[in-house]
Design a protein around this ligand. Structure first.
Ligand SMILES: Cc1ncc(COP(=O)(O)O)c(C=O)c1O
Length: 430
């Protein structure tokens, strides 16, 4: 298998390996995943039956070992905003790797400081200080702990259908019994209310509540965009009641909704914000929790109160800094707004033609959800789209919805291609 990894073959696999070598590699991969990772998941994955092994990617295309190209409308669940293997980001990581990969933790880390400064420049409002981690769930953990410390209260209002990750703290703020029940009792003090309902939110505020946490646009809840007046009213409520507002932009951030951060669509800034997924440019795992100077005072008595070893490592920072450069210099958010409006309108036309299958098309920018009447149909549609070489998946808290979250660089011609294949799939589902 070492021969598989040699540089010459790495990017030309379909052209240079024999059919026997490819079959052997596929069998070995299936065997390893089945025996050493998660056999139930391998069976569930659409790629399992097809024995399709990811190999490389280019912009909005994912390419498997056999050389098949998939239009990536899953985007790694919101990771590949800048396309696969964006050269600016790949080169930044490669050149950093020659010098230093992981931080010493004692000498000053210049990359972390620079990355945090850039984040403070592109994030909304007074967000200024950043804690770095490696995933979305860790970003949520930090956000929850920071909100508790800064407000002095453990009570937090969260949203029904919200999703913040599956570690125990993040899960306490996440809404779906199937993920929560086996671990209950979870953390106390999390009060769920319906998203996009300002009265329910206001009514849930008590003396025990110190903060409100939500995704500005719900992702795993089925791609739910709030009414235009909702987030401004939430901000006002927080100001009136002296509550901290926490936005989880793990999925909606970094240009996805047509602005750098989704909350900017409504000119609302949080006190604390969690980011991950696309923050590492689709090349490195990077997460963070960023907050205002007022919030950050909680670190003064004990700067070790929340820490980790690998967050903010030089490789991740190099990726994140390059990702911000791409976000800004390539007008990624504007492109998402433009292509997203077009793509969504094309899905709406499809909905009009298939009312017996599709009940809603929602979204903003390139965060689009297509809701089916029945869950079975959405699952089959995602499977059939895979067979037609379009990647997508249902949303975790609302399986009737399939997500359309391609790289924000996707051209409109590729969107047309997806729509054409989607119509073919729907014809087969009637
Ligand atoms: C809004 C949101 N927050 C947090 C998470 C958790 O991120 P991760 O899977 O990196 O832990 C997700 C993942 O889908 C998410 O969509």
């Amino acid at each position: 298998m070492t021969s598989m990894m040699n540089e010459e073959k790495k990017y030309n696999i379909p052209a240079v390996i024999t059919d026997e070598e490819r079959d052997a590699f596929i069998s070995e991969t299936m065997d390893n995943l089945n025996h050493y990772v998660n056999p139930a998941l391998v069976k569930w994955r659409k790629s399992g039956d097809a024995r399709s092994i990811e190999w490389t990617g280019r912009d909005y295309l994912l390419i498997d070992l056999a050389g098949n190209e998939y239009i990536d409308c899953l985007g790694g669940y919101g990771v590949f905003n800048f396309g696969h293997l964006h050269p600016t980001i790949v080169n930044a990581v490669k050149s950093q790797l020659d010098r230093m990969g992981i931080s010493s933790q004692e000498l000053l880390n210049p990359h972390m400081g620079r990355f945090a400064k850039l984040l403070s420049q592109i994030t909304p409002g007074d967000l200024q200080y950043t804690f770095f981690c490696n995933s979305g769930a860790e970003a949520s953990e930090a956000a929850i702990k920071f909100a508790m410390l800064a407000s002095g209260k453990h009570g937090m209002i969260v949203m029904e259908m919200g999703y913040h990750g599956k570690t125990l703290g993040a899960l306490s703020a996440t809404f779906r019994d199937v993920y929560r029940k086996p671990f209950e009792p979870l953390l106390e003090g999390f009060i769920p209310v319906p998203f996009n309902d300002i009265d329910a939110l206001a009514n849930a505020v008590t003396d025990e509540i110190g903060s409100i946490m939500m995704e500005p646009v719900q992702g795993e809840g089925g791609i739910v965009v709030p009414d235009d007046d909702y987030l401004p009213k939430v901000r006002q409520l927080c100001d009136d009641k002296k509550l901290l507002l926490v936005f989880d932009e793990v999925q909606s951030g970094m240009g996805r909704t047509g602005k750098n951060f989704a909350c900017e669509n409504w000119n609302v800034a949080p006190d604390i914000m969690g980011l991950a997924k696309a923050l590492g440019g689709g090349v490195m795992p990077v997460g963070c929790c960023t907050a205002t100077p007022e919030v950050w005072k909680f670190l003064e008595p004990n700067p070790f109160i929340h820490s980790n070893t690998l967050g903010g490592n030089p490789l991740s920072c190099a990726a994140g800094i390059a990702a911000i450069e791409v976000l800004v210099t390539e007008n990624i958010a504007e492109r998402a707004a433009d292509t997203g409006a077009y793509f969504k309108s094309e899905f709406e036309k499809v909905m009009a033609d298939y009312p017996e299958l599709i009940v809603a098309v929602r979204g903003i920018g390139l965060m689009i959800g297509v809701e089916f009447k029945e869950k079975d149909k959405s699952v089959t549609a995602a499977q059939e789209l895979f067979n037609h070489h379009v990647l997508t998946a249902h949303t975790l808290n609302n399986p009737k919805v399939i997500r359309i979250e391609p790289p924000l660089t996707i051209p409109k011609e590729a969107c047309d291609d997806v729509i054409k294949r989607f119509r073919t799939v729907l014809d087969g589902l009637k």
